[in-house]
Design a protein around this ligand. Structure first.
Ligand SMILES: Nc1ncnc2c1ncn2[C@@H]1O[C@H](COP(=O)(O)OP(=O)(O)OP(=O)(O)O)[C@@H](O)[C@H]1O
Length: 248
């Protein structure tokens, strides 16, 4: 059983605080929805967990150790941060093979994750010919490749068709039921309410809430309103939303 532990994590870009004194953990066996307005620090937190950026102070650990200290990190944490990360000239199979070899993952896993993400028929196609949703599926396939106990997915539903959205929801539920720790950022409140057990909500780099889905909705639901995650979220983050359109 492995969890993600974020301890007093702070990241500033110059004077701009992206993440400020953030502490929470992502427990095994449940899906934790990672919510917050645009620019609130979700991707920064995920990058810090993966050692892609250095914290100004504090730390982020996986099973008590930094991600970069694991010799085969993809067998510890499966991450989807940027679906455009695959080399465009490689085929899906080549992309996954490169990742598998560098992490001593058995080659048979490539066929398994291509099947699990519905990409079997596209295995020999070059990534630059992929649609947004196909790239997203390939990113999810890469995250699953090392059969990791921890998954961290930044908006995995982006670009997926309705069948894909339903599939990712079931996949997240299944991964948690298998005892994995699953952290998923999303702006889709309806979907989040269907896949998350627990919520961590950021606002301007700070922790606004760390609660079960039920507790969160109950606590922030307005009097006389039908309780919904969207209403609870909008109420909580009202003061912490930096980028807001004026007018419809
Ligand atoms: N490389 C960088 N240089 C300077 N500022 C950055 C950099 N990366 C992120 N930031 C800033 O850090 C803050 C947090 O950004 P981040 O991408 O983590 O937010 P987010 O919650 O993932 O947003 P979104 O929901 O829009 O994806 C923002 O103010 C952003 O402008």
């Amino acid at each position: 059983m492995t969890s993600i532990e974020i301890n007093e994590l702070t990241k500033r870009y110059g004077a701009v605080p992206a993440v400020e004194g953030l502490s929470f953990s992502v427990a095994p066996g449940r899906v934790t929805g990672f919510l917050g307005p645009n620019g609130s620090g979700k991707s920064t937190t995920m990058r810090l967990v993966l050692g892609l950026d250095r914290p100004t102070s504090g730390n982020a650990l996986i099973g008590g150790r930094p991600y970069v200290s694991y010799p085969e990190p993809m067998r510890r944490v499966g991450a989807l941060l940027d679906a455009t990360a695959a080399h465009p000239a490689r085929t899906a199979h080549q992309h996954l093979l490169t990742l598998a070899l560098s992490n001593r993952i058995p080659e048979r896993r490539i066929g398994e994750v291509l099947a699990r993400t519905g990409l079997e028929t596209a295995a020999r196609r070059r990534v630059h010919t992929f649609s947004l949703g196909m790239r997203q599926r390939l990113g999810i396939a890469a995250a699953l490749l090392g059969d990791p106990p921890v998954l961290m997915l930044d908006e995995p539903g982006n670009g997926l068709d309705p069948e894909g959205i339903a599939w990712i929801r079931e996949l997240l539920r299944r991964l948690a039921a298998e005892g994995r720790a699953v952290l998923v950022s999303s702006h889709q409140m309806g979907e989040t309410a269907r896949f998350a057990d627990h919520l961590v909500v950021l606002g301007r780099g700070r922790l606004l809430a760390d609660a079960s889905l039920e507790e969160f909705v109950a606590e922030h639901a307005g009097a006389g309103e039908e309780p919904s995650l969207e209403r609870a979220y909008l109420r909580l983050t009202e003061e912490a939303t930096t980028y807001r359109a004026k007018g419809a």
